[in-house]
Design a protein around this ligand. Structure first.
Ligand code: BMA
Length: 313
């Protein structure tokens, strides 16, 4: 089984591809990047960067091949702005990027770290230099959110992960204006007991639109005596009714195995917030935070992910 799973995603041999040492200004750690392919063909990563205050901001890194030669912004690209957005008082984290053709803009959905815990914030941008902030769109405690790239049934759709006792599940909500959200539906529940994805799950990168449905890579958090282990699983959702789950994997597809994933500020974490899809429509590059310390890359195939899900549902 492990062998099969290893084949689903191939880690880049040069991992981690980005670390704090690559940054043009002093930072403590870089992880959990959102990702997108820009119109000029460059890969853009919007990285979560933590400095020695312990708070995070977002910083863009661009590369022609998506692997190396990163041009990193010389200062923070998007910083917390607690004077105008008090909900960002403890920083901003974990961006998910969706290109929205109808708006001709990228939607960046990120975590605003409020006094009452994480909430979901939205900003739109055309160029990752100027941002139009919408502020908090889901109150705490809520995170792990991404916008779908197009309307569903005439409405925008946001996947997110509110926390409620005793569990944390994936939800989807709808809006006509990106500001006011309703028609909340549960999308995927954390399992119970001994499962790898018991009690706490969340969306990882934005969903991948395929002819078979929205393919979702989600994370499951397994608590054990030594702490938590963050691993990834797959689920498929109906294209026009995305709260309808068509298939869900029993096993995880990717977990911390390499030293840079197992040891860091937070041990045993693989946490992707973004991917890019090659022009063949199949080759997928997943960019992930490793142990809340550095950024790593793994490559896979959407077709193989769908086949694997069919076999392991
Ligand atoms: C999650 C998020 C991520 C982080 C992970 C492991 O809850 O806060 O930003 O990578 O925990 O610490």
């Amino acid at each position: 089984m492990t062998q099969q799973n290893t084949e689903l995603f191939r880690r880049h041999t040069g991992n981690p591809i980005l670390t704090a040492a690559d940054w043009p200004y002093p930072v403590h750690s870089v992880f959990n990047p959102g990702a997108t392919l820009l119109a000029d063909g460059n890969t853009l990563l919007l990285c979560r960067v933590e400095n020695r205050t312990g708070h995070s901001h977002l910083c863009a890194a661009r590369s022609a091949n998506g692997v190396d030669g990163w041009a990193i912004d010389s200062q923070p690209t998007l910083s917390a702005d607690p004077e105008n957005y008090p909900e960002e008082m403890w920083g901003i984290e974990d961006p998910r990027i969706t290109y929205v053709p109808e708006l001709g803009q990228y939607a960046v959905v990120y975590t605003a770290y409020t006094r009452d815990g994480p909430g979901v914030a939205l900003a739109l941008t055309k160029d990752f230099h100027h941002f139009e902030r919408y502020g908090l769109i889901m109150q705490p405690e809520d995170k792990d959110a991404a916008l779908l790239p197009r309307r569903v049934g005439g409405h925008w759709a946001l996947i997110h992960r509110p926390v409620s006792a005793p569990g944390a599940h994936m939800w989807i909500s709808y809006s006509s204006n990106l500001r006011h959200w309703g028609s909340h539906k549960i999308m995927l529940e954390a399992r119970l007991g001994g499962w790898w994805d018991a009690n706490r799950i969340g969306l990882s990168p934005p969903p991948i639109e395929t002819p078979q449905g929205w393919l979702v890579v989600y994370h499951g958090v397994r608590q054990n005596a030594a702490g938590a282990i963050y691993r990834l699983g797959l689920a498929l959702f109906d294209l026009e009714t995305p709260e309808r789950c068509l298939m869900r994997s029993k096993e995880w597809i990717f977990g911390p195995e390499e030293p840079y994933e197992q040891r860091g500020d937070v041990d045993n974490v693989v946490f992707p917030c973004g991917y890019t899809l090659a022009s063949d429509g199949d080759t997928i590059r997943i960019y992930y935070g490793a142990a809340d310390t550095s950024i790593a890359l793994a490559t896979g195939s959407v077709r193989s992910m769908l086949e694997w899900l069919e076999q392991h549902r």
